[in-house]
Structure formats: structure tokens, C-alpha cells
Design a protein around this ligand. Structure first.
Ligand code: SF4
Ligand code: MSK
Length: 649
């Protein structure tokens, strides 16, 4: 492999890549190096929606040549639009199925039929109930939760009307959706209709296809994802800031290491509970271990970090690195972002891969299916399997690399921190933006992708945004990349901030980069944007705010769904790596330019991190100018010494 430091800016990862290379283990990094990317697929103009094709609608070779059409006559922009909205449907279904599982668990818990699960956050329950028009009165938490769960579950099968959580959006935004006919009716309905309309011979107008893509993505952000986040808070507690640490160094040589990986806290919460059992701790001791050490990978890691401060072993590209340490006794997975390759890799080490969802099995894994009714008992069996595997370890190489950071921020806490207990408010944030101490707010989210240097794109983008006075909110694997830099600790981040941003962060006691959770928790960012609008002084809709979104290292369809619901909610959103429908200039121009006229937010793509930051800042400044609050600031790239001198007043 090429110079390993060029593949990842994470020291623990490069150390494990070296080991993989020496011992001839295949990883996503080495496979990415060997894989020749299909240029036609990459540009989104290959259609295989029927077997008259597949049709490859490559652009005309020379001027004057007729553009290629599919055998059915489909044009490149229609094929690209269909592919684009099918990505949205894929992402929406992933987040939404997650939300559905939480709703089902809440209902079961409310009925007393889910061992180990109980309603932890009554305040959140009452808030959500109020938003859903559910009477609280003198009812017990269980009675309210039952109705909340049922109402949320009904949103999946709803056939008409408007998804209720979307009524949280600012009024002018809702009007845009109504006028366009994209207000989501029901979550499953929008996914099904998207797939139907993009099958052979149905919707053949690019603009109309995109409208359904928008409706589907809104059913994710303001529907499935929001249900997942809200109901998880009710069941497992709303996060509050918590100190933790990240990277492979969180694995313990003398303890049973269990990594939970995937997305749904329904599993990880029970594994955590089971690992505290006296009986199992004793069993671990009997096997020669000093204890049971739980850590996480991917969004499951973000969930248990936010609520319990459990350390993070790494992000999506580190799942194979963790196994390469030889120290993982069990990697317990559920759904999404779990590489099939870990099954085979685990055969070279002692690690047991344990699949737990009936929806997700894989070769070389032990399947222990989790059922909510007796989840704790099953989780105990999983922990037991990990303990019994401890004595089978061979050589262990744990890179001694960790970073401390603070996670667990959310809308509720930001509101409270800014305004204080008795007058919770976004006023100080809005005022900080208006007086220029905060230039804008940027959500940086999404995955890691071995097609770009691991983590370094995220890190560069976020460092520069902070250096230019932006407050950054992060989720997913992007958050985990930046947690390793010190930017998520108030003390270590101060050198990276200009004076104005630093003063606000210091007063409020937050770092300039906030870890706000997992991928479904992007819905927390939607709620925060709405709160900024409601607070006043920054326009009447999300599209007026000096804010932006970015997914610099994205790879999953889920990122397209997320990006699209942010765009349709009024946010300029730029992605890195590649633009998945670059083969159609007509579609690209529509999404990059026309969308701004329709939604006030638009798509963009910029793989170069510095140029990405430049585009984000230009957009933020454009919004500041429209609001009449643009200062006389120039964008520059600063080194650390210059940053210390920097004032954005
Ligand atoms: Fe080709 Fe049309 Fe069939 Fe797609 S739907 S594969 S463009 S014939
Ligand atoms: S886990 S979707 S790689 S962020 Fe949510 Fe990370 Fe992307 Fe999976």
C-alpha cells in the first residue's frame, strides 16, 4: 500500500494498516486501492431498472452527436434523477426502520412486556406527547408512552395528511412544502411511492421525480429519524454533556473487550446492562479477565457515548482495525454499516462476530437474535459468549492512542446552557451570530470513505470552519473523526478559535465543535435550526439563517437522504468525495442552482476541503449580507500562530 499516513490521519489506524499489510490481511483500505471505480456507475447514468438494459447513458462523444437514450427512451437526466431518489429511498428506509423498531420497543416497554427497558425520561415524554397532541393529565408515564408509541408507529403506515413532527418546522417552510405538494404523508408510503415512480415506464419527468425524492427525504428527517431520536431519549434518557475518550486505545489488554457496532441502542443498552451483572463479572474473573470493557463503533458508539459516556473504539473504517488488534473478544452487531468482510477477518483472530438482528445475518458470524421481550436475558448470553472467548486470545496489539473529548450535546442542553435553567433560550446564540462573534453554524456529518484520506478531510474542514468563527455541530462517523483532534474539548480547542467564538464558548462552557450524536440525531440539528428561527432576529425561515451542512467523507445512501432533507428544509449542503449524478449536467444544475429558488437551500459537491470551506463561508456570508449583519471579514486560511492572534470583531 501507498504511504499509510496518506491513507489516514489517525495514528491508531495507520498502525493497524501496517500490521494488516505485514500479515497480508485485506481491509477496506487495501480493497479500495485495488477496486477500479466504474466511471459510468460513479456518474449515476447507468440504468438497470429493467432487463431491456442495463443502459449506459454516457454523454455524446463530440458536439453534434445525439445524446444517448435508454432502450425505453429514458434520457440521462431522468435516469440520473431516478438513481438519485432511489438513494434517498434507501437512506430513508434505513433510518425509518430504525425509528420503527424504537416505536415498537417503546410500546412493549409501556405495556411492561420488554424486560430491561423502561421509560427513563418523563420530561421528554411529556414534551413529545404535547407536540403530538396527546393528553398528559394525571396519566402514568406508561399510559402516555403507549399512546406516543402508537401514534409514532402509525406515522409509518399513514396514507394521507401530514406527518406530525414536520409541523415543528417554521410556518413559511411548511407552506413551501404544501405549495409544492411535498409535505410527507406517511413514512412507508413515501418510500414505496419513490420506488414505484422510478421503476420502468412510470415517472419520466426529472422535476416530478425529484419532488417525490424530496417528500421521501422529509419523511426521513422529520419522520423516521426524528421518531428514532425522540423515542430513544424517552426510553434511554436525553443525553447531557459527558466526558469520554476515543480510539483503539480504549480496548483493554486485561479485560474482556466487547465492541457494539451498528446503529440501534435497543441492543447496546441491554449489552451495557448485562455487562454490569455480578454473575458475569465473576465469570470474567474466573476466565482470567480483570473486568468487562464495552466500547462502540459507528453510530451505536455515538448512542452509548451520548447517554453513558462509553468510550468509542472508532468509526466505520476502524471496524476491521479493531479486529486486527487481536483484543476484541466479541463484536456485537445489529444493522447498517457493518462490513461483510469482518466475518472472514475474524477467522484469522479469535474475535467472535455476533449478529443479533433477524434483518442482518452474515457468514462466519454467530447469530444470537435479540427479542425485546427478553432482551436482557439474551444480552447476558451475548456477554457470556464474549467472556468465554477471552482465553482464546492470541497476540494482542492495542495501539496506545486515545483522545479525551466531550459528547452528548443536544437541542435541550444547548437551549438550557445558553439561556439558563429558568429562561432556556437560543438568544445568546442568535445574538452571537448577529454581533459577528459567531460567523455561522455548520453541521458536518456523515461517514468515512477509503476513496479519500480517512478523517483528514473532516478534520481539515472543521479546523478551518472553527478558525473562521463558525460553531460546528457534528454527528455520525464525522464526529468521531474530529473527536480525535481535541476540538471537542473546551480546554484544548481554545487555540483553534478566533477571539469572538472563543469568548462565547468559554462563557457558555462549550467547545466550538459539538458532538450531537448519531446519524438519526441529525434530526436534533433540524430542531435546533427551528429553535434559532423561532428565537428571532435571523429571518423567518431556516433558509434565512447563516448556516450550512456538509458531508465531506460520505459513502452511504443515508447521507443522500440526510443531505436532501436538509436542502429541502432550506440548508445549503455540500458533499465531498464524489457527486453521484455528475453524468447529467441538467440534473446537477437543477439540484445546485434551481433548488435555491425552490427551497432556499441547494446541493453542492466539493471534494477539496479548503474549497469546500470557501464555499460554505461564501454561502454563510451571503446569508449574513441578506440579514444586514455582514461584518468586514475576509476568509483566510490560518496557521496555529495566526489563529491565536485572530479576532473576528
Ligand atoms: Fe434501459 Fe429504460 Fe430499462 Fe432503464 S428502464 S434499463 S433506461 S430500458
Ligand atoms: S455509521 S451511515 S458510516 S456516519 Fe451512522 Fe458512520 Fe455513515 Fe454509517
Amino acid at each position: 500500500m501507498a504511504d499509510l499516513t496518506e491513507r489516514s490521519s489517525c495514528e491508531a489506524t495507520t498502525r493497524m494498516l501496517k500490521k494488516a499489510s505485514e500479515e497480508d490481511h485485506s481491509t477496506a483500505f487495501s480493497r479500495a486501492e485495488k477496486m477500479k471505480i466504474c466511471a459510468i456507475g460513479d456518474s449515476g447514468i447507468c440504468c438497470r431498472n429493467c432487463v431491456m438494459g442495463p443502459c449506459r447513458l454516457t454523454p455524446p462523444k463530440k458536439e453534434g452527436d445525439e445524446p444517448k437514450r435508454g432502450i425505453c427512451g429514458a434520457t440521462a437526466e431522468v435516469v440520473a434523477a431516478r438513481n438519485f431518489v432511489r438513494m434517498i429511498a434507501g437512506g430513508t428506509s434505513a433510518h425509518s426502520d430504525h425509528g420503527r423498531a424504537v416505536a415498537e420497543t417503546l410500546i412493549l416497554a409501556a405495556k411492561g412486556g420488554a424486560e430491561g427497558y423502561r421509560i427513563k425520561d418523563r420530561i421528554k415524554l411529556i414534551e413529545v406527547a404535547a407536540d403530538l397532541g396527546i393528553e398528559v393529565g394525571e396519566r402514568t408515564s406508561e399510559e402516555i408512552a403507549l399512546e406516543v408509541g402508537r401514534k409514532c408507529l402509525a406515522m409509518f403506515g399513514q396514507q394521507e395528511g401530514e406527518i406530525e413532527f414536520a409541523l415543528r418546522a417554521p410556518e413559511p417552510r411548511q407552506e413551501i412544502w404544501r405549495k409544492l405538494g411535498v409535505f410527507p404523508r406517511g413514512i412507508d408510503r413515501e418510500v414505496v411511492e419513490t420506488i414505484h415512480r422510478t421503476s420502468i415506464g412510470v415517472d419520466q419527468e426529472m422535476e416530478n421525480i425529484l419532488l417525490q425524492g424530496t417528500r421521501c427525504s422529509l419523511a426521513d428527517g422529520w419522520g423516521g429519524s426524528m421518531i428514532a431520536t425522540e423515542l430513544q431519549d424517552i426510553l434511554f434518557g436525553t443525553p447531557t454533556p459527558v466526558k469520554s475518550k476515543i480510539n483503539l486505545g480504549v480496548l483493554e489488554e486485561d479485560q474482556v473487550n466487547i465492541i457494539v457496532h451498528g446503529h440501534e441502542p435497543i441492543l447496546s443498552e441491554m449489552v451495557l446492562l448485562a455487562a454490569q451483572s455480578e454473575k458475569l463479572l465473576k465469570r470474567a474473573e474466573e476466565k482470567g479477565a480483570r473486568g468487562i470493557n464495552i466500547s462502540g463503533i459507528c453510530c451505536t458508539a455515538n448512542e452509548i457515548l451520548s447517554r453513558h459516556g462509553i468510550p468509542i473504539a472508532g468509526n466505520v473504517l476502524q471496524q476491521e482495525m479493531a479486529i486486527l488488534t487481536g483484543a476484541v473478544d466479541a463484536m456485537v452487531v445489529d444493522v447498517q454499516c457493518v462490513y461483510q468482510a469482518i466475518g472472514e477477518l475474524s477467522q484469522c483472530f479469535h474475535t467472535k462476530i455476533i449478529t443479533t438482528s433477524p434483518k442482518a445475518k452474515m457468514p462466519f458470524a454467530l447469530h444470537i437474535e435479540l427479542h425485546e421481550e427478553n432482551a436482557l436475558e439474551i444480552a447476558e448470553g451475548i456477554v457470556e459468549a464474549a467472556i468465554d472467548n477471552f482465553p482464546n486470545r492470541g497476540r494482542v496489539d492495542i495501539p496506545d492512542v486515545t483522545t479525551e473529548f466531550i459528547g452528548g450535546y443536544d437541542h435541550e442542553y444547548i437551549n438550557y446552557m445558553l439561556g439558563g435553567k429558568f429562561r432556556a433560550s437560543y438568544r445568546p446564540l442568535n445574538d452571537g451570530i448577529i454581533d459577528g462573534r459567531i460567523r455561522g453554524v455548520v453541521g458536518v456529518v456523515g461517514c468515512n470513505n477509503p476513496r479519500v484520506p480517512h478523517e483528514s478531510v473532516h478534520v481539515r474542514v472543521v479546523e478551518e470552519l472553527v478558525a473562521n468563527g463558525c460553531l460546528v455541530a457534528m454527528t455520525g462517523c464525522a464526529a468521531q473523526s474530529v473527536a480525535k483532534t481535541g476540538l471537542m474539548s473546551p480546554e484544548t480547542a481554545k487555540d483553534a478559535c478566533p477571539q469572538g467564538l472563543y469568548e462565547i464558548c468559554e462563557t457558555v462552557g462549550i467547545p466550538p465543535v459539538l458532538h450531537v450524536g448519531s446519524c438519526v440525531d441529525n434530526s436534533r440539528i433540524l430542531v435546533a435550526l427551528n429553535a434559532m428561527v423561532q428565537e428571532g432576529g435571523l429571518g423567518s425561515d431556516v433558509s434565512d439563517l447563516p448556516v450550512a451542512g456538509a458531508a465531506p467523507e460520505w459513502m452511504s445512501e443515508k447521507a443522500v437522504a440526510i443531505g436532501n432533507y436538509f436542502v429541502a428544509s432550506g440548508v445549503y449542503t455540500v458533499i465531498g468525495v464524489t457527486w453521484p449524478v455528475s453524468g447529467s449536467q441538467v440534473l446537477t444544475d437543477y439540484l445546485f442552482k434551481e433548488y435555491e429558488k425552490i427551497y432556499g437551500g441547494m446541493w453542492d459537491c466539493e471534494p477539496d476541503p479548503d474549497k469546500m470551506v470557501g464555499k460554505i463561508l461564501s454561502h454563510i456570508d451571503k446569508k449574513r449580507e441578506a440579514l444586514g449583519i455582514l461584518g468586514k471579514r475576509e476568509r483566510v486560511l490560518y496557521d496555529m500562530a495566526a489563529r491565536r492572534e485572530l479576532s473576528i470583531e
